[in-house]
Design a protein around this ligand. Structure first.
Ligand code: AP5
Length: 223
């Protein structure tokens, strides 16, 4: 399965990717995670990206496209399928992605478009906590870990809040999404590969719906 996860910040793209990965061996590529890794390692790209990410602005296309192209080209697991999360985010990124994937003969099967109301998004992102060790995603109220402060997946005890998960930056990320990313919906609608889901449904219900869709199209990938 070759999937793009599209939607506003906090729609649940990362959470759905985590659930889908549980029963399918598939590569999860999140440009947000890649950029945060570059920032953590203080690479040149990371230093340049930081000012954009901290304000909730998009990192320039030229930098992000190069990053995704390098990641795709060096990932041997692309053959098993992929989940692209947070890329593309502009029409120009979508066009470039088509070129990159055409070169390796792995075009997108479906674009899962998740939507959610702005106030739901603010509530979700201000309460989001992430495991520093394994990246598992929680919400203080909606999806708390079983033992407070301890990751259910790896037992790590550092559940942190992203610096861009404050209300001011979240609202800017939503504005940036409406202006730059929403037009991609039309781009993929025209290609007949867009599947819209209600991101306010419970994450497990969304996963079940998407898994059924994928099992029908790709029965050989079912575990
Ligand atoms: P990125 O890391 O991609 O952030 P984002 O798109 O804003 O998305 P999020 O990770 O915030 O949300 P999500 O939809 O994954 O939600 P999640 O599942 O975690 O990008 C960060 C920044 O990097 C950007 O602002 C930009 O600067 C830069 N960047 C990245 N890609 C770029 C690109 N291509 N071009 C240019 N710049 C780029 O869920 C959120 C919370 O809700 C969690 O707490 C979760 O537990 C909860 N939740 C999830 N689903 C549900 C549900 N169904 N019900 C109840 N709660 C739920």
């Amino acid at each position: 399965m070759k999937i793009v996860l599209l939607g506003p910040p906090g729609a649940g793209k990362g959470t759905l990717a985590g659930l889908l990965k549980k029963d399918r061996s598939v590569l999860h590529i999140s440009t947000g995670d890649l950029l945060r890794e570059e920032m953590k390692n203080e690479t040149l790209l990371g230093q340049e990206a930081k000012s954009y990410v901290d304000k909730g602005e998009l990192v320039p296309d030229s930098l992000v496209i190069k990053l995704i192209e390098n990641t795709i080209n060096k990932s041997s697991e692309m053959d098993q399928g992929y989940l692209l999360d947070g890329f593309p985010r502009t029409v120009s990124q979508a066009e470039e992605l088509d070129v990159i994937l055409r070169k390796i003969g792995r075009p997108v099967d479906y674009v899962i478009y998740m939507d959610a109301d702005p106030e739901v998004i603010v509530h979700r992102l201000t309460g989001r906590r992430i495991c520093r060790d394994c990246g598992a995603v929680y919400h203080q109220i909606n999806r708390p870990p079983k033992v407070p402060g301890v990751c259910d997946v790896c037992g790590g005890n550092d559940l942190y809040q992203r610096t861009d998960d404050n209300e001011k930056t979240i609202r800017n990320r939503m504005d940036v999404y409406l202006k730059n990313t929403l037009p991609i919906v039309e781009y993929y609608k025209n290609k007949n590969i867009l599947v819209k889901v209600d991101g306010t449904q419970p994450a497990e219900s969304i996963q079940k719906y998407i898994s059924t869709l994928l099992d029908e199209k790709f029965p050989q990938h079912k575990d």
